[in-house]
Design a protein around this ligand. Structure first.
Ligand code: 5GP
Ligand code: ZN
Length: 116
């Protein structure tokens, strides 16, 4: 999609520190990390947000593939024993700023029990 930062990263038109990639998704370091590990896990197909993605069979199937890749991405980051938090911001009230669906994979320090 034109004017989408993440589509441009996926197409190689913008640089990224990519840590994992397969035919369905890419995982790269967040530009402004909030923790020692902060990756963005991004499906290559453009959906605006998680609501839109989970509203179609194709999106649900892709989401399943994304979760199938999660253990390997977690191992690449060395988070398999210490744990991690997976966050999706969906829409305005959640503060989503890039309108291409993505998960934040955050870890590398104790995050505590609070969600917000
Ligand atoms: P959101 O607020 O939509 O859940 O998260 C968007 C994330 O994308 C933010 O954490 C922000 O730092 C990150 N981000 C925005 N632009 C870029 C970029 O050009 N490259 C990378 N690697 N991360 C970006
Ligand atoms: Zn996009």
């Amino acid at each position: 999609m034109e004017d989408c930062i993440f589509c441009k990263i996926i197409e190689g038109k913008l640089p990224s520190k990519t840590r994992f990639e397969n035919e369905d998704l890419i995982a790269f370091e967040d530009l402004n990390p909030v923790a020692p590990v902060h990756l963005l896990i991004v499906p290559k197909r453009h959906f605006s947000n998680l609501y839109e993605m989970t509203s179609s069979h194709e999106g649900l199937s892709l989401l399943s593939k994304l979760h199938q890749a999660l253990p390997e991405i977690v191992r690449v980051c060395g988070l398999e024993s210490q744990g991690f938090r997976l966050i999706n911001n969906c829409g305005e009230d959640a503060g989503q700023t890039v309108m291409h669906v993505h998960y934040h994979l955050i870890g590398g320090l104790p995050l505590g029990p609070r969600i917000i």
